[in-house]
Design a protein around this ligand. Structure first.
Ligand code: BLA
Length: 513
Protein backbone atom coordinates (compact mmCIF):
# COMPACT_ATOMS: atom_id res chain seq x y z
CA UNK A 1 0.00 0.00 0.00
CA UNK A 2 1.43 3.39 -0.96
CA UNK A 3 1.84 6.07 1.75
CA UNK A 4 -0.53 8.23 -0.29
CA UNK A 5 -3.20 5.55 -0.16
CA UNK A 6 -2.61 4.91 3.51
CA UNK A 7 -3.11 8.64 4.24
CA UNK A 8 -6.26 8.69 2.15
CA UNK A 9 -7.69 5.66 3.98
CA UNK A 10 -6.85 7.27 7.29
CA UNK A 11 -8.69 10.44 6.31
CA UNK A 12 -11.62 8.27 5.31
CA UNK A 13 -11.77 6.57 8.68
CA UNK A 14 -11.62 9.91 10.48
CA UNK A 15 -14.49 11.59 8.62
CA UNK A 16 -16.88 12.59 11.43
CA UNK A 17 -19.97 11.11 9.81
CA UNK A 18 -22.14 11.87 12.84
CA UNK A 19 -21.47 15.61 12.47
CA UNK A 20 -22.64 15.98 8.86
CA UNK A 21 -24.76 19.03 9.80
CA UNK A 22 -27.48 18.06 7.34
CA UNK A 23 -30.38 15.68 6.80
CA UNK A 24 -31.68 13.81 3.78
CA UNK A 25 -34.51 15.66 1.98
CA UNK A 26 -37.26 13.09 2.45
CA UNK A 27 -38.08 14.54 5.85
CA UNK A 28 -37.89 17.51 8.16
CA UNK A 29 -36.19 18.20 11.47
CA UNK A 30 -37.25 20.28 14.44
CA UNK A 31 -35.03 20.20 17.54
CA UNK A 32 -36.31 21.56 20.86
CA UNK A 33 -35.25 22.03 24.42
CA UNK A 34 -37.44 21.07 27.35
CA UNK A 35 -39.29 22.07 29.38
CA UNK A 36 -40.61 24.88 27.20
CA UNK A 37 -40.25 23.11 23.81
CA UNK A 38 -38.33 26.11 22.49
CA UNK A 39 -37.10 25.41 18.96
CA UNK A 40 -33.30 25.52 18.65
CA UNK A 41 -32.71 23.94 15.23
CA UNK A 42 -34.75 23.26 12.12
CA UNK A 43 -33.93 21.78 8.74
CA UNK A 44 -33.66 24.40 5.98
CA UNK A 45 -36.62 22.82 4.13
CA UNK A 46 -39.03 23.21 7.07
CA UNK A 47 -41.22 25.87 5.46
CA UNK A 48 -42.62 23.29 3.02
CA UNK A 49 -44.15 21.52 6.02
CA UNK A 50 -45.06 24.25 8.50
CA UNK A 51 -45.49 27.24 6.19
CA UNK A 52 -43.09 29.15 8.43
CA UNK A 53 -39.54 30.12 7.47
CA UNK A 54 -36.70 28.78 9.66
CA UNK A 55 -36.03 32.22 11.18
CA UNK A 56 -39.72 32.48 12.13
CA UNK A 57 -39.56 29.20 14.00
CA UNK A 58 -36.24 29.39 15.84
CA UNK A 59 -36.66 30.36 19.51
CA UNK A 60 -40.45 30.00 19.19
CA UNK A 61 -42.26 27.22 20.95
CA UNK A 62 -43.09 23.97 19.19
CA UNK A 63 -46.65 24.46 20.46
CA UNK A 64 -47.16 27.14 17.79
CA UNK A 65 -46.60 24.52 15.06
CA UNK A 66 -47.65 21.13 16.41
CA UNK A 67 -50.75 20.23 18.37
CA UNK A 68 -50.63 19.47 22.10
CA UNK A 69 -51.63 15.81 21.77
CA UNK A 70 -48.76 15.10 19.35
CA UNK A 71 -46.32 16.92 21.66
CA UNK A 72 -47.66 14.80 24.52
CA UNK A 73 -46.94 11.58 22.59
CA UNK A 74 -43.47 12.86 21.70
CA UNK A 75 -42.80 13.63 25.38
CA UNK A 76 -43.93 10.16 26.42
CA UNK A 77 -41.78 8.43 23.80
CA UNK A 78 -38.70 10.42 24.78
CA UNK A 79 -39.40 9.89 28.47
CA UNK A 80 -39.51 6.14 27.97
CA UNK A 81 -36.31 5.87 25.89
CA UNK A 82 -32.79 5.69 27.26
CA UNK A 83 -30.82 8.91 26.79
CA UNK A 84 -28.75 8.70 23.61
CA UNK A 85 -30.85 5.85 22.17
CA UNK A 86 -31.62 5.89 18.41
CA UNK A 87 -34.68 7.68 17.01
CA UNK A 88 -37.96 5.92 17.68
CA UNK A 89 -41.24 6.06 15.90
CA UNK A 90 -43.62 8.09 18.06
CA UNK A 91 -46.76 9.08 16.16
CA UNK A 92 -48.62 9.42 12.91
CA UNK A 93 -50.13 12.90 12.76
CA UNK A 94 -51.41 15.68 10.52
CA UNK A 95 -48.89 18.48 10.63
CA UNK A 96 -48.79 22.03 9.22
CA UNK A 97 -51.33 24.21 7.39
CA UNK A 98 -51.84 21.53 4.74
CA UNK A 99 -52.45 18.90 7.44
CA UNK A 100 -49.78 16.72 5.83
CA UNK A 101 -50.04 13.16 7.13
CA UNK A 102 -46.65 12.48 8.67
CA UNK A 103 -44.75 9.90 10.66
CA UNK A 104 -42.92 11.35 13.62
CA UNK A 105 -39.76 9.84 15.13
CA UNK A 106 -37.94 11.24 18.15
CA UNK A 107 -34.85 10.89 20.27
CA UNK A 108 -33.02 12.97 22.83
CA UNK A 109 -29.29 13.70 22.96
CA UNK A 110 -27.17 16.46 24.55
CA UNK A 111 -30.28 18.07 26.07
CA UNK A 112 -32.02 18.37 22.70
CA UNK A 113 -35.15 16.55 21.61
CA UNK A 114 -34.81 15.87 17.90
CA UNK A 115 -38.13 15.46 16.11
CA UNK A 116 -37.88 13.90 12.66
CA UNK A 117 -40.95 14.22 10.48
CA UNK A 118 -41.51 12.23 7.29
CA UNK A 119 -44.58 12.75 5.12
CA UNK A 120 -46.32 9.41 4.83
CA UNK A 121 -45.73 7.71 1.49
CA UNK A 122 -48.68 6.55 -0.56
CA UNK A 123 -49.38 2.90 -0.03
CA UNK A 124 -47.28 2.79 3.13
CA UNK A 125 -49.94 0.62 4.74
CA UNK A 126 -50.71 0.56 8.39
CA UNK A 127 -49.73 -2.94 9.41
CA UNK A 128 -48.36 -3.00 12.91
CA UNK A 129 -44.55 -3.36 12.86
CA UNK A 130 -44.68 -5.86 15.71
CA UNK A 131 -47.18 -8.08 13.92
CA UNK A 132 -45.15 -7.94 10.70
CA UNK A 133 -41.87 -8.69 12.51
CA UNK A 134 -43.54 -11.51 14.42
CA UNK A 135 -44.61 -13.20 11.18
CA UNK A 136 -41.13 -12.77 9.68
CA UNK A 137 -39.49 -14.21 12.78
CA UNK A 138 -41.84 -17.19 12.79
CA UNK A 139 -40.99 -17.92 9.16
CA UNK A 140 -37.20 -17.83 9.60
CA UNK A 141 -37.23 -19.59 12.96
CA UNK A 142 -39.14 -22.62 11.68
CA UNK A 143 -36.82 -25.43 10.77
CA UNK A 144 -33.75 -23.33 9.85
CA UNK A 145 -31.34 -25.44 11.83
CA UNK A 146 -28.74 -25.13 9.12
CA UNK A 147 -26.98 -21.76 9.17
CA UNK A 148 -27.03 -21.38 5.37
CA UNK A 149 -30.77 -22.05 5.19
CA UNK A 150 -31.36 -19.58 8.03
CA UNK A 151 -29.47 -16.78 6.25
CA UNK A 152 -31.31 -17.50 3.01
CA UNK A 153 -34.65 -17.17 4.76
CA UNK A 154 -33.48 -13.94 6.36
CA UNK A 155 -32.70 -12.27 3.02
CA UNK A 156 -35.91 -13.57 1.47
CA UNK A 157 -38.03 -12.21 4.31
CA UNK A 158 -36.37 -8.79 4.19
CA UNK A 159 -36.85 -8.68 0.43
CA UNK A 160 -40.51 -9.57 0.87
CA UNK A 161 -40.92 -6.84 3.50
CA UNK A 162 -39.11 -4.05 1.68
CA UNK A 163 -39.22 -4.94 -2.02
CA UNK A 164 -35.55 -4.10 -2.62
CA UNK A 165 -33.94 -5.45 -5.80
CA UNK A 166 -31.09 -7.11 -3.90
CA UNK A 167 -30.90 -8.10 -0.24
CA UNK A 168 -27.70 -9.57 1.21
CA UNK A 169 -26.24 -10.84 4.44
CA UNK A 170 -22.80 -9.25 4.65
CA UNK A 171 -20.51 -10.83 7.22
CA UNK A 172 -17.41 -9.16 8.66
CA UNK A 173 -14.27 -11.26 8.87
CA UNK A 174 -11.55 -11.12 11.51
CA UNK A 175 -9.71 -8.37 9.60
CA UNK A 176 -12.90 -6.31 9.10
CA UNK A 177 -13.06 -7.13 5.43
CA UNK A 178 -16.41 -8.68 4.62
CA UNK A 179 -18.16 -11.15 2.42
CA UNK A 180 -21.66 -11.55 1.02
CA UNK A 181 -22.83 -14.86 2.50
CA UNK A 182 -26.49 -14.87 1.42
CA UNK A 183 -28.45 -13.06 -1.25
CA UNK A 184 -31.98 -12.71 -2.61
CA UNK A 185 -32.29 -10.59 -5.74
CA UNK A 186 -34.21 -9.67 -8.81
CA UNK A 187 -32.88 -11.90 -11.55
CA UNK A 188 -31.79 -8.87 -13.61
CA UNK A 189 -29.47 -7.70 -10.83
CA UNK A 190 -25.85 -8.90 -10.87
CA UNK A 191 -25.10 -11.30 -8.04
CA UNK A 192 -22.69 -10.25 -5.28
CA UNK A 193 -22.84 -13.62 -3.51
CA UNK A 194 -19.37 -14.75 -2.40
CA UNK A 195 -17.72 -11.40 -3.15
CA UNK A 196 -15.20 -10.01 -0.67
CA UNK A 197 -14.91 -6.29 0.16
CA UNK A 198 -11.98 -4.59 1.95
CA UNK A 199 -12.39 -3.18 5.46
CA UNK A 200 -12.14 0.39 4.15
CA UNK A 201 -15.49 0.11 2.33
CA UNK A 202 -17.20 0.45 5.71
CA UNK A 203 -14.68 2.44 7.75
CA UNK A 204 -14.15 1.97 11.49
CA UNK A 205 -16.18 4.98 12.66
CA UNK A 206 -19.15 3.79 10.59
CA UNK A 207 -18.86 0.27 12.02
CA UNK A 208 -18.79 1.78 15.53
CA UNK A 209 -21.85 3.92 14.84
CA UNK A 210 -23.77 0.98 13.39
CA UNK A 211 -23.31 -0.98 16.62
CA UNK A 212 -25.80 1.34 18.33
CA UNK A 213 -27.73 2.87 15.45
CA UNK A 214 -29.01 -0.32 13.96
CA UNK A 215 -30.71 0.74 10.76
CA UNK A 216 -29.93 3.17 7.95
CA UNK A 217 -32.00 4.11 4.96
CA UNK A 218 -30.98 6.16 1.93
CA UNK A 219 -34.13 6.39 -0.24
CA UNK A 220 -32.41 8.42 -2.98
CA UNK A 221 -28.62 8.29 -3.12
CA UNK A 222 -28.59 11.24 -5.56
CA UNK A 223 -30.14 13.59 -3.02
CA UNK A 224 -29.01 17.10 -2.17
CA UNK A 225 -28.39 17.40 1.60
CA UNK A 226 -30.60 19.81 3.56
CA UNK A 227 -28.61 21.84 6.11
CA UNK A 228 -29.69 21.96 9.74
CA UNK A 229 -30.00 25.59 10.90
CA UNK A 230 -28.03 26.65 12.82
CA UNK A 231 -25.53 23.80 12.40
CA UNK A 232 -23.94 24.41 15.81
CA UNK A 233 -25.31 24.26 19.31
CA UNK A 234 -25.47 27.35 21.54
CA UNK A 235 -22.08 26.27 22.93
CA UNK A 236 -20.58 26.28 19.41
CA UNK A 237 -20.39 22.48 19.13
CA UNK A 238 -21.37 20.77 15.89
CA UNK A 239 -24.62 18.86 16.38
CA UNK A 240 -24.35 15.14 17.07
CA UNK A 241 -26.66 13.50 14.52
CA UNK A 242 -25.51 9.95 15.18
CA UNK A 243 -28.91 8.62 16.29
CA UNK A 244 -30.99 10.38 13.66
CA UNK A 245 -32.85 8.41 10.97
CA UNK A 246 -32.58 11.27 8.49
CA UNK A 247 -28.85 11.97 9.02
CA UNK A 248 -27.18 12.97 5.77
CA UNK A 249 -24.57 10.30 5.09
CA UNK A 250 -20.97 10.52 3.91
CA UNK A 251 -20.65 11.86 0.33
CA UNK A 252 -17.95 9.23 -0.30
CA UNK A 253 -20.51 6.54 0.39
CA UNK A 254 -23.05 8.15 -1.95
CA UNK A 255 -20.45 8.06 -4.68
CA UNK A 256 -19.83 4.40 -3.85
CA UNK A 257 -23.51 3.60 -4.28
CA UNK A 258 -23.61 5.50 -7.58
CA UNK A 259 -20.62 3.49 -8.81
CA UNK A 260 -22.48 0.29 -7.97
CA UNK A 261 -25.51 1.49 -9.93
CA UNK A 262 -27.51 1.65 -6.72
CA UNK A 263 -30.07 4.45 -6.28
CA UNK A 264 -31.43 3.46 -2.87
CA UNK A 265 -29.99 1.49 0.02
CA UNK A 266 -30.78 0.23 3.49
CA UNK A 267 -28.68 -1.66 5.97
CA UNK A 268 -29.55 -3.33 9.25
CA UNK A 269 -26.89 -4.17 11.83
CA UNK A 270 -26.33 -7.73 13.01
CA UNK A 271 -24.68 -7.51 16.42
CA UNK A 272 -23.38 -10.57 18.26
CA UNK A 273 -21.28 -10.68 21.40
CA UNK A 274 -21.03 -6.87 21.48
CA UNK A 275 -19.43 -6.74 18.04
CA UNK A 276 -20.79 -5.82 14.63
CA UNK A 277 -21.04 -9.32 13.15
CA UNK A 278 -22.48 -8.16 9.85
CA UNK A 279 -25.19 -6.25 8.03
CA UNK A 280 -28.32 -7.06 6.14
CA UNK A 281 -27.57 -4.84 3.14
CA UNK A 282 -30.22 -3.86 0.61
CA UNK A 283 -29.96 -2.23 -2.81
CA UNK A 284 -32.47 -0.84 -5.27
CA UNK A 285 -31.90 0.46 -8.77
CA UNK A 286 -34.51 3.17 -8.37
CA UNK A 287 -35.50 5.57 -5.64
CA UNK A 288 -37.16 3.60 -2.87
CA UNK A 289 -38.81 4.81 0.30
CA UNK A 290 -39.00 2.67 3.40
CA UNK A 291 -41.58 4.18 5.73
CA UNK A 292 -40.82 4.31 9.47
CA UNK A 293 -43.32 1.50 10.19
CA UNK A 294 -41.51 -0.85 7.81
CA UNK A 295 -38.18 0.30 9.27
CA UNK A 296 -39.46 -0.51 12.74
CA UNK A 297 -40.43 -4.03 11.60
CA UNK A 298 -37.01 -4.43 9.93
CA UNK A 299 -35.32 -3.23 13.11
CA UNK A 300 -37.18 -5.74 15.29
CA UNK A 301 -36.43 -8.49 12.80
CA UNK A 302 -32.76 -7.43 12.84
CA UNK A 303 -32.72 -7.74 16.63
CA UNK A 304 -34.05 -11.27 16.34
CA UNK A 305 -31.46 -12.16 13.68
CA UNK A 306 -28.74 -10.72 15.94
CA UNK A 307 -29.86 -12.82 18.89
CA UNK A 308 -30.06 -15.92 16.77
CA UNK A 309 -26.57 -15.33 15.34
CA UNK A 310 -25.17 -14.65 18.83
CA UNK A 311 -26.78 -17.81 20.22
CA UNK A 312 -25.39 -19.83 17.33
CA UNK A 313 -21.88 -18.44 17.82
CA UNK A 314 -22.09 -19.17 21.54
CA UNK A 315 -23.28 -22.72 20.88
CA UNK A 316 -20.44 -23.32 18.46
CA UNK A 317 -17.86 -21.92 20.92
CA UNK A 318 -19.24 -24.14 23.70
CA UNK A 319 -19.14 -27.19 21.44
CA UNK A 320 -15.48 -26.53 20.59
CA UNK A 321 -14.60 -25.96 24.26
CA UNK A 322 -16.39 -29.17 25.32
CA UNK A 323 -14.61 -31.16 22.65
CA UNK A 324 -11.22 -29.76 23.65
CA UNK A 325 -11.93 -30.49 27.32
CA UNK A 326 -12.82 -34.12 26.59
CA UNK A 327 -9.60 -34.56 24.60
CA UNK A 328 -7.56 -32.88 27.37
CA UNK A 329 -9.09 -35.21 29.95
CA UNK A 330 -8.22 -38.25 27.83
CA UNK A 331 -4.69 -36.94 27.38
CA UNK A 332 -4.28 -36.25 31.10
CA UNK A 333 -5.36 -39.79 31.91
CA UNK A 334 -2.91 -41.35 29.48
CA UNK A 335 -0.01 -39.23 30.64
CA UNK A 336 -0.73 -39.98 34.31
CA UNK A 337 -0.74 -43.73 33.59
CA UNK A 338 2.62 -43.58 31.84
CA UNK A 339 5.83 -44.13 33.77
CA UNK A 340 6.89 -40.73 32.54
CA UNK A 341 4.23 -38.33 31.31
CA UNK A 342 6.95 -36.19 29.88
CA UNK A 343 8.31 -39.04 27.79
CA UNK A 344 4.87 -40.31 26.83
CA UNK A 345 3.80 -36.94 25.43
CA UNK A 346 5.62 -37.56 22.17
CA UNK A 347 3.44 -40.59 21.47
CA UNK A 348 0.23 -38.69 22.07
CA UNK A 349 0.66 -35.90 19.54
CA UNK A 350 -2.45 -36.83 17.54
CA UNK A 351 -4.48 -36.35 20.72
CA UNK A 352 -2.59 -33.17 21.60
CA UNK A 353 -3.38 -31.70 18.19
CA UNK A 354 -7.08 -31.85 18.94
CA UNK A 355 -6.80 -29.81 22.15
CA UNK A 356 -6.43 -26.53 20.21
CA UNK A 357 -8.12 -25.78 16.84
CA UNK A 358 -5.09 -26.30 14.56
CA UNK A 359 -3.85 -28.19 11.52
CA UNK A 360 -0.75 -29.75 13.04
CA UNK A 361 1.45 -29.99 16.11
CA UNK A 362 5.14 -30.46 16.89
CA UNK A 363 6.96 -31.29 20.09
CA UNK A 364 10.29 -29.45 19.99
CA UNK A 365 13.07 -31.03 22.03
CA UNK A 366 16.84 -30.81 21.70
CA UNK A 367 16.55 -28.81 18.49
CA UNK A 368 14.41 -31.48 16.80
CA UNK A 369 10.71 -32.01 16.55
CA UNK A 370 8.22 -34.84 16.41
CA UNK A 371 5.08 -33.97 14.55
CA UNK A 372 1.46 -34.87 13.88
CA UNK A 373 -0.81 -33.40 11.21
CA UNK A 374 0.38 -30.59 8.95
CA UNK A 375 3.63 -28.92 9.96
CA UNK A 376 6.42 -26.98 8.26
CA UNK A 377 9.53 -28.92 7.12
CA UNK A 378 12.18 -29.40 9.81
CA UNK A 379 14.38 -26.92 7.93
CA UNK A 380 12.15 -24.32 9.58
CA UNK A 381 13.16 -25.31 13.14
CA UNK A 382 15.95 -22.74 13.39
CA UNK A 383 13.62 -19.96 12.26
CA UNK A 384 10.97 -20.98 14.76
CA UNK A 385 13.58 -21.07 17.54
CA UNK A 386 14.77 -17.59 16.60
CA UNK A 387 11.19 -16.34 16.77
CA UNK A 388 10.64 -18.04 20.14
CA UNK A 389 13.83 -16.49 21.51
CA UNK A 390 12.49 -13.00 21.03
CA UNK A 391 8.77 -13.71 21.48
CA UNK A 392 8.68 -15.39 24.87
CA UNK A 393 6.93 -13.70 27.73
CA UNK A 394 6.33 -14.87 31.29
CA UNK A 395 5.72 -18.53 30.43
CA UNK A 396 2.40 -17.90 28.68
CA UNK A 397 1.63 -19.24 25.19
CA UNK A 398 2.81 -17.01 22.34
CA UNK A 399 1.29 -16.87 18.89
CA UNK A 400 1.57 -15.40 15.43
CA UNK A 401 -0.59 -15.76 12.32
CA UNK A 402 2.17 -14.68 9.93
CA UNK A 403 4.78 -16.97 8.38
CA UNK A 404 7.10 -13.98 7.90
CA UNK A 405 7.63 -13.89 11.69
CA UNK A 406 9.41 -17.26 11.78
CA UNK A 407 10.22 -18.43 8.26
CA UNK A 408 13.36 -17.65 6.35
CA UNK A 409 12.83 -15.74 3.16
CA UNK A 410 13.81 -18.43 0.70
CA UNK A 411 12.58 -21.50 2.58
CA UNK A 412 9.24 -23.15 1.96
CA UNK A 413 6.85 -23.47 4.92
CA UNK A 414 4.75 -26.15 3.21
CA UNK A 415 1.75 -23.86 3.38
CA UNK A 416 1.94 -23.24 7.13
CA UNK A 417 1.66 -19.68 8.45
CA UNK A 418 0.28 -19.61 12.02
CA UNK A 419 2.23 -20.84 15.06
CA UNK A 420 1.04 -21.02 18.64
CA UNK A 421 3.83 -22.00 21.00
CA UNK A 422 3.39 -23.38 24.47
CA UNK A 423 6.45 -23.37 26.72
CA UNK A 424 6.98 -26.75 28.42
CA UNK A 425 10.50 -26.23 29.61
CA UNK A 426 11.77 -23.16 27.83
CA UNK A 427 15.12 -23.23 29.60
CA UNK A 428 15.84 -26.55 27.88
CA UNK A 429 14.19 -25.38 24.69
CA UNK A 430 11.22 -27.69 25.06
CA UNK A 431 8.05 -26.40 23.38
CA UNK A 432 4.75 -27.62 22.07
CA UNK A 433 3.96 -25.91 18.77
CA UNK A 434 0.57 -25.76 17.10
CA UNK A 435 0.39 -24.83 13.43
CA UNK A 436 -2.23 -23.40 11.13
CA UNK A 437 -2.23 -23.44 7.35
CA UNK A 438 -2.24 -20.15 5.53
CA UNK A 439 -5.68 -19.00 4.46
CA UNK A 440 -4.91 -19.67 0.83
CA UNK A 441 -8.36 -19.07 -0.44
CA UNK A 442 -9.33 -17.95 -3.83
CA UNK A 443 -10.83 -14.73 -2.67
CA UNK A 444 -13.13 -13.01 -5.10
CA UNK A 445 -12.51 -9.38 -4.26
CA UNK A 446 -15.06 -6.90 -5.52
CA UNK A 447 -12.42 -4.68 -7.11
CA UNK A 448 -8.75 -4.55 -6.12
CA UNK A 449 -8.47 -4.30 -2.29
CA UNK A 450 -5.30 -2.23 -2.50
CA UNK A 451 -7.08 0.24 -4.70
CA UNK A 452 -10.24 0.71 -2.70
CA UNK A 453 -10.82 4.11 -4.20
CA UNK A 454 -9.59 6.51 -6.75
CA UNK A 455 -7.43 9.41 -5.64
CA UNK A 456 -7.88 12.41 -7.88
CA UNK A 457 -4.92 13.72 -9.84
CA UNK A 458 -4.41 16.58 -7.39
CA UNK A 459 -4.41 14.00 -4.59
CA UNK A 460 -7.03 15.80 -2.52
CA UNK A 461 -10.40 14.39 -3.44
CA UNK A 462 -10.95 10.70 -2.87
CA UNK A 463 -13.75 8.57 -4.09
CA UNK A 464 -14.57 4.90 -3.91
CA UNK A 465 -13.24 2.73 -6.67
CA UNK A 466 -15.17 2.51 -9.85
CA UNK A 467 -14.69 -1.14 -10.61
CA UNK A 468 -16.82 -3.82 -9.05
CA UNK A 469 -15.74 -6.60 -11.35
CA UNK A 470 -14.70 -9.64 -9.38
CA UNK A 471 -11.10 -10.57 -9.58
CA UNK A 472 -9.24 -13.25 -7.74
CA UNK A 473 -6.53 -12.69 -5.27
CA UNK A 474 -4.77 -15.31 -3.27
CA UNK A 475 -4.05 -14.42 0.30
CA UNK A 476 -0.63 -15.76 1.17
CA UNK A 477 1.47 -15.92 4.29
CA UNK A 478 -1.19 -15.55 6.98
CA UNK A 479 -3.42 -18.03 8.77
CA UNK A 480 -6.67 -17.39 10.54
CA UNK A 481 -5.54 -15.57 13.71
CA UNK A 482 -5.40 -17.40 17.04
CA UNK A 483 -8.37 -15.93 18.86
CA UNK A 484 -8.98 -15.72 22.61
CA UNK A 485 -10.74 -19.09 22.64
CA UNK A 486 -7.72 -20.84 21.08
CA UNK A 487 -5.33 -19.11 23.50
CA UNK A 488 -7.56 -20.16 26.41
CA UNK A 489 -7.53 -23.76 25.26
CA UNK A 490 -3.73 -23.66 24.98
CA UNK A 491 -3.46 -22.21 28.51
CA UNK A 492 -5.67 -25.03 29.85
CA UNK A 493 -3.55 -27.63 28.11
CA UNK A 494 -0.52 -26.00 29.70
CA UNK A 495 -2.07 -26.61 33.14
CA UNK A 496 -2.56 -30.29 32.29
CA UNK A 497 1.05 -30.68 31.14
CA UNK A 498 2.64 -28.62 33.89
CA UNK A 499 2.73 -31.46 36.39
CA UNK A 500 4.80 -33.58 34.04
CA UNK A 501 7.31 -30.86 33.39
CA UNK A 502 8.00 -29.62 36.91
CA UNK A 503 11.51 -29.63 38.17
CA UNK A 504 12.25 -33.33 38.96
CA UNK A 505 13.37 -32.41 42.47
CA UNK A 506 10.03 -30.77 43.16
CA UNK A 507 7.74 -33.60 42.05
CA UNK A 508 9.92 -36.65 41.86
CA UNK A 509 7.75 -37.84 38.95
CA UNK A 510 9.70 -36.79 35.93
CA UNK A 511 11.91 -39.45 34.47
CA UNK A 512 14.50 -38.21 32.02
CA UNK A 513 14.53 -39.82 28.60
C1 BLA B 1 -20.97 3.16 4.64
N1 BLA B 1 -20.46 1.22 3.19
C2 BLA B 1 -21.25 1.91 4.06
C3 BLA B 1 -22.43 1.16 4.33
C4 BLA B 1 -22.35 0.00 3.58
C5 BLA B 1 -21.14 0.06 2.86
C6 BLA B 1 -23.38 -1.11 3.62
C7 BLA B 1 -23.55 1.53 5.27
C8 BLA B 1 -24.50 2.51 4.66
C9 BLA B 1 -25.61 1.89 3.86
O1 BLA B 1 -26.47 1.24 4.43
O2 BLA B 1 -25.64 2.07 2.62
C10 BLA B 1 -20.56 -0.89 1.98
N2 BLA B 1 -22.49 -1.89 0.87
C11 BLA B 1 -21.21 -1.90 1.29
C12 BLA B 1 -20.62 -3.12 0.89
C13 BLA B 1 -21.55 -3.84 0.26
C14 BLA B 1 -22.75 -3.05 0.26
C15 BLA B 1 -19.23 -3.54 1.15
O3 BLA B 1 -23.84 -3.40 -0.21
C16 BLA B 1 -21.36 -5.16 -0.30
C17 BLA B 1 -22.26 -5.82 -0.97
N3 BLA B 1 -16.48 3.58 1.37
C18 BLA B 1 -15.48 3.17 0.53
C19 BLA B 1 -14.31 3.94 0.80
C20 BLA B 1 -14.63 4.80 1.81
C21 BLA B 1 -16.00 4.55 2.17
C22 BLA B 1 -13.01 3.75 0.12
O4 BLA B 1 -15.57 2.30 -0.31
C23 BLA B 1 -13.80 5.82 2.43
C24 BLA B 1 -13.03 6.65 1.71
C25 BLA B 1 -16.66 5.23 3.19
N4 BLA B 1 -18.77 3.86 3.61
C26 BLA B 1 -17.92 4.91 3.79
C27 BLA B 1 -18.46 5.75 4.82
C28 BLA B 1 -19.66 5.18 5.22
C29 BLA B 1 -19.84 4.00 4.45
C30 BLA B 1 -17.80 7.01 5.35
C31 BLA B 1 -20.60 5.71 6.27
C32 BLA B 1 -21.80 6.35 5.64
C33 BLA B 1 -22.61 7.03 6.73
O5 BLA B 1 -23.30 6.32 7.48
O6 BLA B 1 -22.51 8.26 6.81
Amino acid sequence: MTPELERALQSCASEPIHLSGAIQPHGYLISCRLPDWSIHHVSANIEALTGAAPEDMLRHSLREFITGDVIQTIAETVGFADPGAPAQRAAVANIGPMATLCEVSVHAIDGLVHIEIEPQQRGAGDRSPTVVAQAMIARVAAGSEDEGAFRQRVVEQVRLLTGYDRVMVYRFRHDDSGEVVAEARDEDMPSYLGLRYPASDIPAQARRLYLHNRIRVIPDARYAPVPVLPDRSAGGQPLDLSQMSLRSVSPVHLEYLANMGVAASMSISIVAGGRLWGLIACHHREVRHVPPGVRAAADLFGLFVSMRVAAREQQEATRLEDEARAVRDALALRLSRAASGRAALQDELELVRRTVPSDGVALLRDGQWRTAGRTPPSACIAGVQAWLAQATGAGAPVATARAADWSTQDGSTDGIAGVLALPLDPVRGEWLLFFRCEEVEDVRWAGPPDEPFVIDKDGTRIGPRKSFAAWNETVRGASEPWNDAALRMAARLQLVLRDHFRDPGATGRVVEE
